[in-house]
Design a protein around this ligand. Sequence first.
Ligand code: SF4
Length: 391
Amino acid sequence: QCAYLCPVGAIYETPDWRKVLKILDKKDNKILVAQTAPSVRVAIGEEFGMEPGSVSTGKMVAAIRKLGFDYVFDTNFAADLTIMEEGTELIGRIKDGGPFPMFTSCCPGWINLLEKEYPEFINNASSAKSPQQMMSSIVKTYFAKKIGVDPEDIIMVSIMPCTAKKDEITRPQQKIKLEDGREIKTTDYVITTRELAKLIKMKQINFIGLDDEDFDNPLGTSTGAGAIFGVTGGVMEAALRTAYEIITNKKLPKLEFNAVRGLDGIREAEIDIEGKKLKVAIAHGTANVKKLLDDIRDGVRYYDFIEIMACPGGCIGGGGQPKSLDPDILKKRASAIYSIDELSTLRRSHENPDIQKLYEEFLEKPNSHIAHELLHTYYTDRSVKNKVVTE
Ligand code: SF4
């Protein structure tokens, strides 16, 4: 039954679109909620003959509503939330002296590699859940309360560029505990960009002819910083925008960190934050990631903060994205992502008014007790060596 192989070797793509199709055809009084990752909107148009690099956010939202979803939320909102949580963790480590390097944790392909091949770095990874999992946790708690429904009456479907996200939602430590003690899964199904396109085609929705529609609120507002999560270097840049301004209490003179952009497999930069030099690195594509980690392990390189994405180009090149023969496809999708950031009125995660409201009304402050309960996770040693010892 497995249709496609994930390029990062993380997992086989399972055809979850069949399950989602069944739910769409027979809702059983459930509330259907979708979320869409940053890189889906810059690739799905290719499935309908649009030029590579087209941004089709509004058509994508309209198509998802036409399929029968009750609410369509933006994972970019949760990317902003990730920055608040992960950025606060980074600031805490800068104040407390480590542990360094700190690794980003939003890519489940990387987390699988970490647990299986580099368990010695487990304590270095941020404990922040991925944006997909943060969004689903907030939908089944904060949003469920807002609309007055039982969290178990919500079916949460993620639309992702990624096949490893299908595996991420099955991890036991991704469950959340509700106030009444019930333990629940947050994301119910993950379908890829290609699977969403398949559903749209099956339902004969004229994607190109759709009028643009907006995401639902209150979990639909996002910043340019959330948008750039979809491309290698984007999480780093978004985190630096927030960490710099919170640490210095000053506005950044220039928001673009050009040194962390581009498609070179391993990139590094030194960022000056009030006299403290932060050494950062970015790696994408498994071979580059392994090279970087081996060098760190061997003491050849040293960094404070590292962004890792398993797929070439980051999520724009994910295993669930449309297939393309265009040699410049990653560049085109990356430009589309950066254009969303440039055109955004809000470009720093901490300026997202709905994120601020979420903390005021529900989460209290970044890294609070409740934020830890809902938005953070842990990792385990799944290396072969550990298996031999424990079995
Ligand atoms: Fe998934 Fe993105 Fe990681 Fe690829 S880079 S495994 S698409 S999260």
